[in-house]
Design a binder for this molecule. Structure first.
Ligand code: AG3
Length: 278
């Protein structure tokens, strides 16, 4: 018998992935967590029945969320990741030798533990001595910390459920407060093709707090619309222009300086839907 995991991208449109086996499930304090092995996408992690990450396509998302803001900064020594419990973003951040410390704050310790155990591919970051992994509320962390960061990444779930608070103006204001001069933040901001109004709302909130707010996209075939967006916010740093580049030994699969610049090229439809005027 074939077993399929399905996710509704928008009302009336679902996508499915055929399951080989159930590796782990748990109702955590915050959400329903599952890890499956699948026929086509390798291992996948879902939260509340929403696909968060897949072995086949995780590099598209993680290289995009991490390297665009990090390569826009000359010397990114201190990096904060809010969310990102599966460890993929942490892994990409720690590729940069300039990074002295990467603090990752995820509210759900069960996601971190299950990812460490069942997603070995994602996990090279957790054992790095520069990684400081905290199980804590990201909202509280950014409101309370005295530390300042070169780069802040928001690798959250969708703005429904536990992730909702990570899309509020207060949260973005606190991120602005903890950025070093010339620092930059970058958040995952949903799909401009599947849920354009949601992207517009989030983008406009970020643009109210940060004088420079720039949206870019990457293909992620396992997420709604299969085109995903990220938004960088800063006071002066320009996220469109890489100031450093990876060398061949990094073996990146999506990111390159050319791709970096191309990600900021948006179609007329996306610009119109999101209300982008630059
Ligand atoms: N965080 C963003 C996933 C959003 C997916 N949404 C969806 N499938 N509706 C991914 C976490 C990876 N580190």
């Amino acid at each position: 018998m074939e077993v399929w995991f399905t996710e509704e991208w928008v009302k009336g449109f679902i996508i499915g992935v055929q399951i080989k086996s159930v590796i782990f499930t748990k109702r955590t304090k915050y959400q329903h967590l599952a890890i499956y092995d699948t026929v086509e996408l390798g291992r996948i992690l879902t939260l509340d029945n929403v696909i968060q990450t897949t072995e086949k396509y995780e590099y598209l998302y993680h290289e995009s969320i991490a390297h665009v803001p990090l390569f826009s900064r000359e010397n990114p020594e201190h990096v904060l990741i809010i969310g990102g419990g599966d460890g993929g973003t942490l892994r990409e951040v720690l590729r940069h030798p300039e990074v002295k410390q990467a603090v990752m704050v995820d509210i759900d310790g069960d996601v971190i533990e299950a990812s460490k155990q069942y997603l070995p591919l994602w996990n090279t970051g957790f054992s790095d001595p520069r990684a400081k992994v905290l199980v804590d509320d990201g909202i509280k962390f950014v409101a309370d910390t005295d530390q300042k960061f070169d780069v802040v990444l928001v690798d959250s779930t969708d703005p429904e459920g536990p992730g909702e608070v990570l899309f509020t103006p207060e949260f973005y204001q606190n991120i602005a407060r903890i950025l070093k001069p010339g620092g930059i933040m970058c958040a995952q901001t949903e799909s401009p093709l599947a849920t354009p109004n949601m992207v517009r709302d989030i983008y406009q909130r970020i643009a109210k707090v940060f004088p420079v707010a720039k949206l870019y996209t990457a293909p992620v075939p396992s997420y709604p619309g299969s085109l995903w967006s990220f938004t960088c916010g800063s006071f002066e740093a320009d996220p469109e222009k890489p100031v450093r580049e990876p060398d061949g030994s990094w073996n990146l699969k999506h990111y390159s300086p050319e791709v970096h610049r191309s990600m900021f090229v948006l179609s007329p439809r996306v610009k119109r839907d999101v209300g982008i005027t630059y």
